[in-house]
Design a protein around this ligand. Structure first.
Ligand code: UDP
Ligand code: MG
Length: 308
């Protein structure tokens, strides 16, 4: 059986077409299938549309969360409930074309256990968000311990063996595309052209996307902490050299008072800034430690339709 997991947050405009296209693609794969729509606290008629779809086709299932938990927790909830021997993840705004599913399944049948859908191009790369999207992966590869993370979002397929290991990961601040690379197994990718969302506004706020990007970088590396250390050494070394220069000049009888108020003030602000930034980096890690320590569940299920 194939399971498709789709997070939904206020996607009433996209759902009818999404349901039609996903079902059609899964029908082609000559296997039993299920689609798990994870309703992440939608406030429009998304839930009703999914319920009606379930009444007409029981392979379409609903997992309703008790409120809006966010993209990654919603997907995780869906993966936890998926029964298939392969699990396919895709977004609910038709940015990930369901027509690619047969290609993912074909790779899986060739023996690959992780098939990632890599973006050959993307239509949503305008404006600030788009700039962030384009900069994100090059930056991630530099900062994190995922040097070959492909330019792939959640869209892709995981074999049951991989899903079982995924379900053992306890962390709260998660970046699923990174975890998927980290899990290993036999991985491959197929390429596609990422569309713009079919209808409606993006449901992830810029703030959420920034948090997501930070999760991605910080949860796969402690390198930023080391940068802070090196920055400290560099500043201290610079200070030491300057001190020697002044002492020598004083001994040679040269008046050292060449530095005025403006220079001092600029240096003070500059160093203060560097210190605050390094404290900030430290804080990002400590905040995440705190989140993990609280051990709160990642999501809360309010209702299951067609699922046990
Ligand atoms: N989504 C969700 N919970 C949220 C935000 C988004 O389940 O809090 C869903 C949304 O309905 C969509 C998918 O996650 O199906 C991707 O969201 P969006 O298109 O807004 O993100 P982007 O494509 O801008 O990364
Ligand atoms: Mg989208």
């Amino acid at each position: 059986m194939l399971s498709a997991v789709i997070p939904i947050y206020n996607e009433q405009e996209n759902l009818p077409e999404l349901i039609r296209r996903v079902s059609a693609s899964l029908e082609q794969a000559d296997a039993d299938w299920e689609v798990i729509f994870v309703d992440d606290g939608s406030r429009d008629s998304s839930t009703q549309i999914i319920r009606a779809a379930h009444a007409a086709q029981p392979r379409i299932k609903l997992l309703a969360l008790s409120r809006n938990f966010g993209h990654q927790p919603a997907i995780t909830a869906g993966i936890h409930h998926a029964k298939g021997s392969a699990v396919i993840l895709l977004d609910g705004d038709l940015q990930d074309p369901p027509e690619l599913i047969p290609e993912l399944v074909a790779k899986w049948k060739e023996g690959f256990q992780v098939v990632m859908a890599k973006r050959r191009s993307r239509a949503d790369s305008a404006g600030t968000r788009g700039l962030g999207f384009r900069l994100f992966y090059p930056l991630l590869r530099r900062v994190s311990d995922l040097p070959d993370a492909p330019d792939a979002g959640i869209f892709g397929l995981m074999d049951r063996a991989v899903v079982d290991q995924f379900n053992r990961l306890p962390e709260r601040n998660r970046f699923i595309p990174g975890l998927r690379v980290w899990l290993g197994f036999k991985q491959t990718s197929v390429e596609y052209d990422r569309q713009d969302r079919a209808a409606g506004q993006p449901k992830q706020t810029l703030g959420r996307l920034i948090k997501y990007a930070l999760d991605a970088m910080l949860s796969f590396s402690t390198r930023p902490l080391r940068w802070a250390t090196w920055l400290g050494f560099t500043c201290a070394g610079f200070g030491f050299v300057i001190a020697i220069v002044y002492i020598v000049r004083r001994m040679m009888g040269v008046d050292p008072a060449a530095i005025g108020f403006t220079t001092l003030f600029t240096m003070m602000i500059f160093l203060g800034g560097i210190q605050l930034i390094t404290i900030g980096i430290l804080g990002e890690y400590i905040g995440r430690i705190y989140e993990e320590l609280k051990q709160r569940p990642l999501y809360i299920v309010q209702e299951r339709v067609g699922l046990d």
